[in-house]
Design a protein around this ligand. Structure first.
Ligand SMILES: Cc1cc2nc3c(=O)[nH]c(=O)nc-3n(C[C@H](O)[C@H](O)[C@H](O)COP(=O)(O)OP(=O)(O)OC[C@H]3O[C@@H](n4cnc5c(N)ncnc54)[C@H](O)[C@@H]3O)c2cc1C
Length: 399
């Protein structure tokens, strides 16, 4: 199916336009790479601006799942760092008993960026690059059906994890803190990130969403106690994360990228790097006629499978196991250790079938093969658009 479409695209020639649905990091990176390759690209975005799912909260562009530095990886494919981006080499992580461990890397653990429509955000930076290279970005354009050659990049379908908390101003010194504690973030982690007078504190829960407000308040109290957190101009924020192992990342013949495909680390819910990568892969498939399915299976699937195994192990070992892992991670270069954790290994490979079976309900979309349907959002055989309901819910909950 996809090969047929690639052939059709080749026949239409390099000046034919390609539509990208969704102006998140996945869609914009895909658009930039295609435009640099000489293609005419139209990005259709539902909202009136980029990053409307986010609230100027800090996020981490992780730097541990690959030997390459993420910024170097981006530059290699022609993405500039024209957004606020600060390397974080060290973080303090607490176990469930409140003991602190310092984790650090010889290269940055992650790069701190902010998300949303504020000047300096990752989203605004990518938008500038896209527009600068001639991509036609159309806002307020909700896509429900598509027929032209397209790439689908409309973000999460459902919530496998929820992150909720506050963004604020502060005089507290810069830093990066996290804790693994079920009382604060069930099966997840709580975090506090402060940079130059602005901060984000949140609980990232992998279950127990109903008690979200309680976990957020406990998280704030915890960091007030541990790092003497002081907050001004506090604004609540939150959002959902969706990760799964897709049977296919092609829908209606169009490549599906980023979180819409479920491309995200199932262990920690870090999705930006996966979004950027899948955007590049889809662009390559459009430009060079490579088979997108082969590309993502080769470049992303091993990482995604390892993420599922890691999540299974994480859930099994509980708070004592997390403490043991933290001790290990804090003893030497954490980035190097995490890199090993994210490679398929003698432990994660054999565990995968069990992990996948255990998580297949949330990780698998059983309703549709996504190949011969034409709707943009597809979670059921009836093909009515659950998108509208889902996003209304998300926005009502998180403003
Ligand atoms: C609170 C929170 C904290 C996070 N922290 C981190 C972190 O620290 N590190 C990390 O790596 N990841 C983090 N993530 C995950 C990361 O933000 C996402 O994985 C990433 O933004 C996904 O990018 P995307 O382009 O696939 O989707 P999105 O960023 O969701 O973009 C999708 C776009 O499509 C648009 N759209 C939707 N439907 C339509 C339609 N029908 N027609 C047209 N346009 C449409 C949307 O408006 C949106 O602009 C976090 C997520 C949340 C919610």
């Amino acid at each position: 199916m996809w090969c047929k479409q690639s052939a059709a695209i080749q026949e239409r020639g390099p000046k034919a336009s390609t539509t990208v649905v969704g102006a998140g990091p996945a869609g914009l990176v895909c658009a930039i790479v295609m435009a640099r390759g000489g293609r005419r690209v139209i990005v259709r975005e539902w909202r009136k601006s980029v990053g409307s799912r986010f609230h100027s909260d800090f996020q981490g562009l992780e730097n541990w799942s690959d030997r390459r530095d993420i910024l170097e990886e981006m530059r290699t494919v022609g993405i500039e760092v024209n957004f606020d981006c600060h390397p974080v080499y060290e973080s303090t992580v607490f176990d469930a008993w409140g003991e602190a461990y310092s984790v650090r890397g010889e290269r940055p653990l992650y790069y701190l960026v902010h998300r949303g429509n504020r000047e300096g955000s990752l989203d605004r930076g990518l938008l500038k690059q896209a527009v600068g290279i001639g991509v036609d970005v159309r806002f307020g354009d909700r896509v429900t059906e598509i027929n032209d050659p397209a790439v689908l990049a409309i973000g999460p379908r459902i919530a496998d994890a929820v992150a909720a908390g506050y963004v604020f101003e502060t005089d507290t010194a810069d830093g990066s803190w996290a804790t693994f504690n079920n009382a604060l973030a069930p099966l997840g982690y709580a975090y506090l990130l402060i940079h130059q007078g602005r901060g984000t504190v949140a609980s990232c829960m992998f279950t127990g969403f109903k008690l979200q407000a309680q976990y957020v308040e406990r998280t704030v109290s915890f960091f007030r106690e541990q790092v003497d957190l002081k907050m001004r101009n506090v604004r609540p924020f939150g959002g959902i994360a969706n990760f799964r192992l897709p049977r296919t990342a092609v829908q209606g013949g169009h490549p599906v990228i980023g979180e819409q495909a479920g491309f995200q680390d199932a262990l920690a819910g870090f999705g930006m790097r996966y979004s950027l990568r899948s955007g590049v892969l889809a662009a390559r498939s459009h430009l060079e006629g490579d088979d997108y399915t082969q590309l993502w299976r080769r470049e992303l699937l091993p990482l995604l499978r390892t993420g599922v195994s890691n999540r299974f192990i994480f859930n099994c070992i509980g708070e004592r196991g997390w403490r043991w892992a933290l001790r290990g991670l804090s003893r030497s270069d954490t980035v190097a250790k995490l890199q090993r954790l994210y490679q398929p290994s003698l432990l994660t490979r054999p565990i995968f079938p069990l992990a996948y079976w255990r998580y297949r309900t949330p990780l698998r979309d059983p309703s549709c093969n996504h190949v011969d349907c034409r709707c943009v959002w597809c979670r059921c055989g009836a093909h009515h658009s659950p998108l509208a309901g889902h996003n209304r819910h998300t926005n009502a909950a998180y403003g």
